[in-house]
Structures are given as structure tokens and as C-alpha cells.
Write a protein that binds this ligand. Structure first.
Ligand code: PGA
Length: 257
């Protein structure tokens, strides 16, 4: 973390879990557990159908609400899709874009990710842009090339003054939901590489202002070590964000110091 230049952000990603009733219960639990966040911004990215419930339920806790996806067109005949303006109108502040599960199961391409980033920014929603390599790519020594490609295409055409509102989440695919966390050194190394990539595109001042998260089996016992890396400015947390007491522990780790 480097709190001087950029925000620390701990974000949960509930994926396809939790009903509206579960969401309210979770908020009640959090009211008992959560101490006021000193340094970090806390976000929960949740299923679209529960967003308005969550915006209301988490308001007093100062937890920002994020969506897990959006569609890039403004409006029209796109049955089942949800636009950035619709999310904004509900009070949504963040949106996950390009999660590896969406790339893998729903065919989300780098081009679609880039369009979604533009759509989110145009609606004043902060995109959390996910990038990450597979185990095969890592073993073949392709991690840097792949990550650079994903970062560059996601940010294509994004103006420098918008970068401060973009969050990059480094999520090695082999660490998501597997219980296999990247070591703090591995996570720190790739997050530094992401910052260097942004620096080569936008210069040092912009690069140091961007929040870069690590995601992939982050939990209360490894969070502090991961967050101690200078270029790891937060976490995107799946499994451990489903349990309020675990999520709060990670927020605590980000508030140390
Ligand atoms: P995990 O998921 O923490 O369950 O590994 C992280 C993510 O997919 O964002």
C-alpha cells in the first residue's frame, strides 16, 4: 500500500451468491462488527438484482456498493442487459469489468472490456478492471506479456484524467477460488509490473495515483502480508467476502498502521 499517493480499496465480490434477504442480514451483521475504516474504502460488489437493497442497507456503514458487470451500450434492444446509467441511478459507485469468470464463461473479450470501461467512466462509475494469467501462461513465462496486453487493451482510448478513477485488480486465474494464493512476492511483482505498464502509457504521476488490487484466495490470514507490498493497494475478495467476520478482518488489516 502507499496511502500517500492513492486510495486503498478493499472490495468484496459476491459473485452469484446471496439473495436480497441474505444481503439485509449481512448488513445487520456488519453493523455489529465494523469499526470505522480509517484509511481504506470498503466496497461490496453484488448481484444486480440486490443493488438497491444494498445501497440502502449499507449506507450508514459507509460501504460503497458495486455491480459485478454492466453492458456497454447506452440503451436499446439488449434483452437482459443493464446499462451504466441504470447502475448510476441506483447509487452504484463501482463496477467489476473483465472478471476472468466472465471472460471464460461468457466470452467477454478485451474489446468488450474496453467498451465497458468507457461506458462506466462516462456514467461516473469507477471500473474495477480485472486482469490475470492462467497457470499455463505463468509456467510458460508469458505472465508479463499477457498482463501488459490486457491492461493496454482495457485502457485503450481512456484519457489520463480518468485513470485516477480506474482500479486494476490483478487476479491470477490459478489463485481464484482455489485456496492457492499467490505469494506476497508474486502478487507484489505483477502489481508493480502493472504500474510500470501504466507509467509507460501515462507517465509517473498518473501511474502512482492508480489503485491496484490483488485478488485470488485473499483471506484474513494472508491479507496483511499481501497488503504490505508497496504496489498492492487493496484486495478483490470472493469467498472470504461472503462471511462478514472474515471480510471485516481483511478491512482491519488494510486499516493497520
Ligand atoms: P476468491 O475470488 O477470493 O474466492 O479467490 C476472488 C475473485 O474472483 O474476485
Amino acid at each position: 500500500m502507499n496511502r500517500r499517493y492513492r486510495k486503498t480499496i478493499i472490495a468484496g465480490n459476491w459473485k452469484m451468491n446471496m439473495t436480497a434477504s441474505d444481503t439485509k442480514k449481512y448488513a445487520e451483521e456488519m453493523k455489529k462488527l465494523m469499526t470505522r475504516a480509517k484509511w481504506c474504502e470498503t466496497v461490496l460488489c453484488i448481484p444486480s438484482c440486490n443493488l438497491s437493497t444494498a445501497v440502502r442497507a449499507f449506507k450508514d456503514l459507509r460501504i460503497s456498493i458495486g455491480a459485478e458487470n454492466l453492458y456497454y451500450e447506452e440503451k436499446g434492444a439488449y434483452t437482459g442487459e443493464i446499462s451504466a446509467a441504470m447502475l448510476k441511478d441506483l447509487g452504484v459507485k463501482y463496477v467489476i469489468v473483465g472478471h476472468s469468470e466472465r471472460r471464460q464463461y461468457f466470452g467477454e473479450t478485451d474489446r468488450a472490456v474496453n467498451k465497458k470501461v468507457h461506458a462506466a467512466l462516462a456514467a461516473s462509475i469507477n471500473p474495477i478492471i480485472c486482469v490475470g494469467e492462467s497457470l499455463e501462461q505463468r509456467e510458460a513465462g508469458l505472465t508479463h506479456d499477457w498482463i501488459a496486453l490486457q491492461v493496454k487493451s482495457a485502457l485503450s482510448g481512456v484519457a489520463a484524467d480518468k485513470l485516477r478513477r480506474c482500479v486494476i485488480a490483478y487476479e491470477p486465474i490459478w489463485a481464484i477460488g482455489t485456496g492457492k494464493t499467490a505469494t506476497a512476492e508474486q502478487a507484489g511483482e505483477v502489481c508493480s509490473f502493472i504500474r510500470a505498464t501504466i507509467r509507460s502509457l501515462y507517465g509517473a504521476r498518473v501511474a502512482r495515483s492508480v489503485t491496484i488490487q490483488y485478488g485470488g484466495s485473499m483471506n484474513p490470514s494472508n491479507a496483511a502480508e499481501l497488503l504490505a507490498q508497496p504496489d498492492v493497494d487493496g484486495g478483490l475478495i470472493g469467498g472470504a467476502s461472503l462471511k462478514p467476520e472474515q471480510f471485516v478482518e481483511i478491512v482491519r488489516a488494510a486499516n493497520q498502521g
